[in-house]
Write a protein that binds this ligand. Sequence first.
Ligand code: CUA
Length: 450
Amino acid sequence: MALAVTLIVLALGSVLFHFLSPWYFTPIASNWHAIDTTIAITFWVTGFVFVAVSLFMAWSLIQYRARPGGRAAYQPENKKLEGWLLVVTAVGVAAMLAPGLYVWADVVQAPQDAQAVEVVAQQWNWAYRLPGKDGKLGTVNSRYVTDDNPFGMNPADPNGADDVLLATPELHVPLGKPVKLLLRSKDVLHDFAVAEIRVKMDMVPGLVTYVWFTPTKAGTYDILCEELCGVGHYAMRGKMVVDEPAAYSAWLDKQPTYASLRTHVAGDAAVGKTLYATCAACHGAGGEGNVALNAPKLSGQGAWYLERQLQHFKAGMRGTQDKDTFGKMMAPMAATLPDDTAIANVVAYIATLPDTPVAPTLKGDIASGARQFATCAACHGANGAGIAATHAPRLHGMSDWYMARQLKNFRDGVRGAHPQDPYGNQMALVAGMLNDDADIGNVLAYINSR
Ligand code: CUA
């Protein structure tokens, strides 16, 4: 009897949970209502069978319970019952699968006028490429992939010159226009998914897979990788912003093309030298850093990284958190640089400074640190030399005490919490893997040993 009651409670409880629980699909923001319908049909069919079978088992337990003098009747064959079960099961399975086939036919048939957008996945980053005014994407090949050409663009292909290259996890798409995403991976299996658009697709190295949708609601949606692609899988996140057409055009006009990136002129080091006088007070005339003044080493660091950090300090994305004592000292200094040109100039000057080695200040368990560093290496490089394509700065040969503080800041939510800072957000997620200060010391001891 207890078992029968448990079965009834389980069946009815599951149904109540399904209808009353606050956890269900996120509100849909695309044309794919048909996907929701097919899932609802599956819920109805499986839900009906689950309740019917559970209640039938409970009823049988009560009806045919052991009674004094009772005897079980053995009935190995029942043609009539088997016939019914066959028909009902076939109808149930067909009801679940047939609508899916119709919807799938639409999923694989992108409209002719769909705007092509290429999505490039790499452990654990998203990047995007849009065709330029010619409407054609240039050819790519993994043979062309270098630090300066992370998309693997074919330099000889004229179609590629006006391609818009977005080396950021944030993609914008226009509202109400069909989009066809061409998905490729540079390393392992990934999976592109946005819950609100209801379609997702695996990304396979060596193949271009695709998926299409029409955004129907403006807003910002999370892009998740939904294929376990390594220890940093959970931190492989991006954003898809659905813009009104006017806002989309304004955004698109500001994005760099392959041609503009190739002809990008570095800042003027001579002008930057004057600006650097302010920085030199703390960071040293040679950019060698000064631990007593809490100013990290700058020389030898990637120009792209220094530029981004100065922009973040200026924009209030760094150095505004209450507990970030030294960041708050840096923010007003960055504010003295009036614009992006000034930032480029001062960074150009720093690039001319000799890369003076710094003495390690931290000790730790190198072997233990080596194991932890395997995760860092995916983005920062095997020797911590930094990789621009994965937005990961140089670690080796830089101020270890500074990196220790930053790892703690990332871990404690002091740095990397700003919603506009996707790289900081990612680093905050990954820093959580270092359990305590000893782990941080070990990783840095390993970096020092390289
Ligand atoms: Cu990429 Cu998981």
